[in-house]
Design a protein around this ligand. Structure first.
Ligand code: ACO
Ligand code: ZN
Length: 170
């Protein structure tokens, strides 16, 4: 789908996930995040929104993933307007592949698909208020903090609701 360079001798590929990737995706999710889900949940997301469930592959190994759900929400940017939005449910990259631009590539590609395939005019997500790496990534890609959700996580931590508009393709 999209090949990007890490070093001149090393590349990663961003492509749509298939069912055979789900165990690797679940493994990355368990290593990287306290919010874990059942196989059935991953499978339902993959079957429902297959075009915006992406994996990054480095030398045949799954190094990261992003999965999204399409929702009708009250717009975060236009008052009193119901809009179709992409909800980034989860994104993660294995520790040994971080700071190489993989999450940026996953999120940029997912946003393009949310706009062009699923006709979303916005994208949003929740992130722990302490998760500086992820917040920096989202801000770098144009997301803004639009709300703070008290005790969003089971351990009592708050979440920032972050969102950005998705411009129509040229
Ligand atoms: N410290 C500060 N800023 C960071 C860090 C860090 N450790 N990591 C990434 N960033 C910011 C930087 O601005 C970076 O740009 P730069 O490298 O040019 O400075 C930018 O994000 C893009 O970095 P990428 O290389 O594209 O991100 P990476 O592939 O390393 O993945 C991620 C980032 C997904 C947050 C990774 O650290 C991870 O898997 N963390 C654990 C899981 C997690 O927190 N996921 C997000 C939860 S919220 C949700 O899923 C909706
Ligand atoms: Zn199936």
């Amino acid at each position: 789908m999209v090949t990007l360079e890490i070093r001149p001798d090393k590349h990663f590929l961003v492509r749509e996930a298939v069912e055979e990737d789900l165990l690797a995706v679940m493994n990355i999710n368990r290593i990287c995040l306290p919010e874990n889900y059942s196989y059935g949940f991953f499978e339902t997301i993959l079957h429902s929104y297959p075009k915006s469930f992406l994996v990054a592959e480095v030398e045949g190994r799954i190094a990261g993933y992003i999965m999204c759900r399409i929702e009708r929400i009250l717009s975060k940017f236009q008052r009193f307007r119901i809009t179709k939005a992409g909800h980034v449910i989860s994104i993660a990259v294995l520790p040994e592949y971080r700071r190489l631009g993989i999450a940026s590539a996953l999120l940029k590609n997912a946003m393009k698909i949310l706009r062009e395939v699923y006709d979303c005019s916005e994208v949003f997500l929740e992130v722990r208020v302490s998760n500086t790496p992820a917040i920096n990534l989202y801000e770098k890609l144009g997301f803004m903090k639009v709300d703070r959700i008290k005790r969003y996580y089971i351990d009592g931590e708050d979440a920032y609701l972050m969102a950005r508009e998705l411009p129509f393709p040229e």
